[in-house]
Design a binder for this molecule. Structure first.
Ligand code: SF4
Length: 219
């Protein structure tokens, strides 16, 4: 179990899944550069992240819900948590019956190639499960570009991947180690491209040096 002081931001999981160096630059070295993609994403989240509640029949919607998990050492804000009236779930103050939580995360663009968005959503579900004491089988991602909502099942595989990333994030954080740059297709849209300089000769030299240390035969 982690203490409240040891919690790391949920957003770090997404950075880590995108590139471990990006996670370390943002969260350990506190470097932040904004490009068009991050600026538009933040604007969209500002619109969503206003704490409000609303009810529509068998649906109750909470915006900007603070979530945290002491088991996995995570904290953050869920854009939206819907509560659907169901046979199982939790009780809500002033409302009859049972309600099943269903987190919804808003994204600026369209579905990405990797499953970073699914990991972030799953981490929110793990936090909500711990906080509310109920299972959450699914949630959804809403993409601003396509105006489509994609339902995501929190499978055992996705849960394991999310938990392993959380453990790796805490290990990197504890070691305060920034991994060397690995130039790849993900660098093209990375907001830290200019300060990371993954193709700079010194970055390549550093990577080769570190690789040589870790691949040397032990006598
Ligand atoms: S530029 Fe590439 S290597 Fe550097 S942080 Fe971004 S994704 Fe990672």
């Amino acid at each position: 179990m982690y203490s409240e002081d040891d919690l790391l931001p949920l957003s770090g999981l997404q950075h880590l899944a995108y590139c471990p160096r990006q996670f370390a630059l943002i969260h350990i070295e506190q470097v932040w550069a904004e490009n068009r993609f991050t600026a538009e994403g933040q604007l969209m989240h500002r619109r969503v992240n206003e704490e409000t509640h609303e009810s529509r029949g068998d649906l109750h919607i909470a915006h900007a819900v603070r979530v945290r998990s002491l088991q996995y050492g995570l904290s953050g804000i869920a854009d939206v948590v819907e509560f659907h009236r169901a046979a199982e779930g939790i009780t809500l103050a002033g409302k009859a019956g049972r309600w099943l939580p269903f987190p919804v995360e808003y994204k600026r663009g369209k579905p990405k190639q990797g499953n970073m968005d699914e990991v972030q959503l799953c981490a929110q579900a793990l936090c909500l499960e711990e906080m509310l004491g109920t299972g959450i089988p699914a949630g959804a991602l809403f993409y601003g570009k396509t105006r489509r909502r994609k339902e995501i099942a929190f499978t055992d595989g996705l849960r394991t991947q999310t938990i392993q990333l959380a453990e790796r994030m805490h290990a990197l954080w504890s070691a305060r180690q920034t991994p060397p740059a690995e130039f790849g297709p993900q660098c093209e849209q990375c907001s830290l491209m200019e300060c990371c300089m993954p193709q700079h000769p010194s970055a390549i030299r550093t990577r080769r040096y570190l690789e040589s240390i870790f691949t040397e035969d032990v006598p």
